[in-house]
Design a protein around this ligand. Structure first.
Ligand SMILES: *Cc1c(COP(=O)(O)O)cnc(C)c1O
Length: 388
């Protein structure tokens, strides 16, 4: 088969996954019920957390975790600018102020060593993101949490399956948030999960996720519930339906297989791209398990214009790519309300101007990976108009 096109993303569900959704549709119970609860339990077991709450997105998971931590307008929350906007918009929605700390030079993750200098008496929490699936140092963040008495809310949207020093992302304090958006390693179409080791937090999150109501609709509408409920708090409508949970449960039960395949694909990319000197490839440091959510390469000689031209060349050869991430301080909203510049956060800007995210999904074929590598070679070899 001659490859002419490699799309940036492609999803294929298996028959078992499709059947489980159809069974849920036939069961007569569509909203949050026993399938969502089963998904929560198996998910908590998988990441090694005591409790889990299923919600309808990772954005909702982050928002609820911040609210359950008591974060509001008098607080500052430290996070990275090198992330998807859900990480910061939820902080701002609580009324708190976002404080950006730059990434490391050699990884896309927040530089934990720069956090102490950003802490003030208003700092209440840190939201680290495990970019592309590479986990941050969980022991280091734990020592910052203890030393400065801060809440840690992990944005684990990329990091299901990642471990650091033997600990899975999701197993540590205080909260960890996961995404089951269509392109994530485990998907429910739309969906998310919060894990925590605190029963009190989990009970509180559950109440917040369903209108601040004292008992959930599942119990209310099943034979075991009653009509009576109380509104305990100002709540939200963030629960996950059983339709989504049915898909999530099936994906979770073959997640080890999914991750094995993603690891194989990452190794194939390493292999076929190794000889291209212009590219810096992602790696897995000792003591970590990379979750391989994204495969992001860096140009050794980056520059926005050159990078953009290469993306265009690849597109003309049929290869779909993307850029993860545009640092948030470059976005109009953040320029208007915050006043960070690329000079304040140079590492994240240096990453931004050199990165290209490659097609990376379970259904990707070895021939397609070879094709992507060939296209890179063609682009670097033939096009002398691309400024070096
Ligand atoms: C996908 C993503 C989110 C948001 O996930 P949703 O489930 O779509 O709300 C949050 N943070 C990061 C880093 C993401 O990539």
């Amino acid at each position: 088969m001659r490859i002419r096109e490699v799309p940036f993303y492609r999803l294929r569900l298996n028959q078992g996954e499709i059947n489980s959704v159809v069974e849920t549709l036939r069961s007569g119970w569509l909203t949050t019920g026993k399938t969502a609860h089963e998904f929560e339990q198996e998910f908590a077991d998988y990441v090694g957390a005591k409790h889990a709450l299923a919600v309808n997105s990772c954005t909702a998971a982050l928002h609820l975790s911040l609210l359950a931590s008591g974060i509001g307008s008098e607080h500052e929350v430290i996070t990275t600018p090198y992330t998807f906007v859900a990480t910061t918009e939820t902080i701002i929605q609580t009324g708190a102020k976002v404080v950006f700390v730059d990434t490391e030079r050699d990884s896309f993750n927040i530089d934990l060593n720069q956090i102490p200098a950003a802490i003030t008496e208003r700092t209440r929490a840190i939201v680290p993101v495990h970019i592309a699936g590479l986990p941050i140092d969980l022991r280091k963040i734990e020592s910052l949490r203890r030393k400065y008495k801060l809440t840690v809310i992990h944005d684990g949207a990329h990091a299901l399956g990642a471990t650091n020093n033997g600990k899975p992302v999701g197993s540590t304090a205080d909260f960890s948030c996961f995404s089951f958006y269509a392109t994530k390693n485990l998907t429910t179409g739309e969906g998310g999960m919060i894990t925590t080791n605190s029963r009190r937090h989990c009970d509180n999150l559950r109440v917040l996720s369903l209108h601040g109501m004292s008992r959930d609709a599942w119990k209310r509408y099943s034979g075991r519930g009653s009509w009576k409920y109380q509104i305990l708090q100002l709540g939200y409508k963030y629960n996950l339906s059983d339709i989504n949970a049915a898909l999530g449960l099936m994906q979770l039960r073959r997640f080890e297989q999914i991750q094995k395949q993603r690891r194989r694909l990452a190794e194939m990319y390493h292999h076929y791209l190794a000889e291209i000197d212009e590219l810096v490839l992602p790696f897995e440091p000792d003591g970590t398990t990379h979750a391989w959510h994204l495969y992001i390469v860096k140009l050794r000689n980056g520059g926005e214009q050159r990078r953009n031209e290469i993306i265009e060349k690849l597109r003309s050869l049929g290869v779909g790519t993307s850029v993860h991430f545009i640092p948030l301080y470059l976005q109009p909203y953040y320029k208007k309300h915050y006043h960070y510049t690329r000079r304040d956060l140079p590492n994240s800007y240096a990453h931004y101007k050199s990165v290209i995210t490659l097609p990376f999904y379970v259904d990707l074929k070895e021939d397609e990976i070879k094709y992507v590598a060939e296209c890179f070679k063609k682009v670097f070899a033939r096009d002398s108009r691309i400024v070096r």
